[in-house]
Write a protein that binds this ligand. Structure first.
Ligand SMILES: [Zn+2]
Length: 162
């Protein structure tokens, strides 16, 4: 999101050269540059001790199997967000969280931070947002998610690290 007006005081922003950043919208009243804003999300590949991957189907929206994902909250680390989403969505206890890689999701203008979250295999306790969760082998997981998707790239990356 590019700023036309200052979100703090409503003054119309003017372009100003900010060091190496180039021309950036600037609020002369607050004296702050208004850098572009975007959402940051975490997307986790949940793996159990048998090297199976948990994929979920959301209750709303896309019916395809996907990873456990959600928006970050202000004040939490990306690792905490990854753990929180796993607990909230499928009710399993994260034992470790490993950063995989990040991807820019152009359609939704979001930065996706990919993690591998290790859990013990257990019964899923699903949130209302999740219609179904299922364990897959890495090979089946790769072919179950959408071809070329970010979650597919993260499953392939996670497989090289288990
Ligand atoms: Zn302002």
């Amino acid at each position: 999101m590019k700023f036309t007006y200052c979100p703090h005081c409503g003054t119309k922003a003017i372009p100003k050269e900010i060091g190496d950043e180039g021309m950036i919208p600037y609020c002369e009243a607050c004296k702050i540059p208004l850098f572009e804003m975007f959402s940051t999300c975490v997307l986790s590949i949940v793996v159990n001790e048998q090297n199976e991957v948990a994929l979920i189907q959301q209750s709303y929206g896309n019916p395809r199997f996907a990873g456990v994902a959600g928006f970050m909250k202000c004040g939490e680390t990306a690792e905490d967000a990854a753990k929180r989403e796993v607990i909230e969505e499928i009710g399993l206890v994260p034992e470790s969280v490993t950063f995989l890689e990040s991807h820019w999701y152009d359609i939704k203008c979001q930065l996706m931070l990919g993690f591998m979250v290790h859990v013990k295999k257990d019964e899923f306790r699903l949130s209302d947002e999740v219609a179904q969760a299922q364990w897959f082998s890495f090979e089946d997981a790769v072919h179950t998610v959408r071809e070329g998707s970010i979650v597919q790239k993260l499953i392939q990356k996670a497989e090289t690290m288990v």
